[in-house]
Design a protein around this ligand. Structure first.
Ligand code: ZN
Length: 201
């Protein structure tokens, strides 16, 4: 059924959220309108502000409200150890595990030519630029253990072959086909400490 254009638009808008279908969107809209108008205003304002003010870190491409993200501004972090992830939520997951003290590079996806995602789309030019700086001595490939994530890890390993850089891949504990963002901190710490050098690609 239709309530009217304003409510219909609200329900439709809520469907931009991942995993939210028409039924859940309807439930959320009813909840906001019936029980929490203050929350609805707050949500609207937060979405408006964040969608305008949040950008990408110039150095690592993580989400940030400033030119450089907090991690890149932190002088305690080791710039020689660079962890490559697919998304900002992977950075959050790794940070929550509190094991890794290096820096990051956020690709913004994985290679998937069929979906139109090539090296340009996942920030490879910026990554090459970062490597040119010469301070990185270890690259940890922490892309997701999916087909695309593996292909991306191999592509980057190819790029770095012949260079004097220790290349490692997160090993055991990460479920195959899974995403880093859904792995608990203990498992992630374990995967970091058990990271394996990549050879003979
Ligand atoms: Zn950064």
């Amino acid at each position: 059924m239709s309530f009217g254009p304003v409510i219909d638009e609200l329900i439709d808008s809520l469907r931009v959220l991942p995993g939210v279908g028409h039924k859940s969107a309807q439930r959320m809209a009813m909840h906001l309108l019936e029980r929490n108008r203050v929350g609805a205003q707050r949500l609207a304002a937060a979405l408006q502000t964040a969608s305008v003010e949040v950008g990408h870190c110039e150095r690592c491409r993580n989400l940030t409200e400033e030119a450089l993200c907090r991690i890149c501004r932190d002088v305690q972090r080791d710039p020689a150890s660079l962890c490559i992830v697919e998304s900002p939520s992977d950075v959050i997951a790794i940070e929550q595990a509190r094991y890794f003290k290096g820096s990051y590079f956020v690709l913004g996806g994985s290679l998937s030519p069929l979906d139109g995602r090539g090296p340009e789309q996942i920030g490879i030019p910026a990554f090459i630029e970062r490597m040119r700086g010469g301070e990185v001595t270890e690259v940890i490939l922490a892309t997701n253990p999916t087909v695309e994530g593996e292909a991306t890890a191999h592509y980057i390993a190819e790029l770095l072959s012949g260079k004097d850089i220790l290349l490692t891949r997160l090993a055991h504990g990460i479920p195959l086909g899974g995403e880093l963002g859904f792995v608990d901190g203990g498992t992630l710490s374990h995967a970091f400490s058990g990271r394996k050098p990549l050879e003979n690609l």
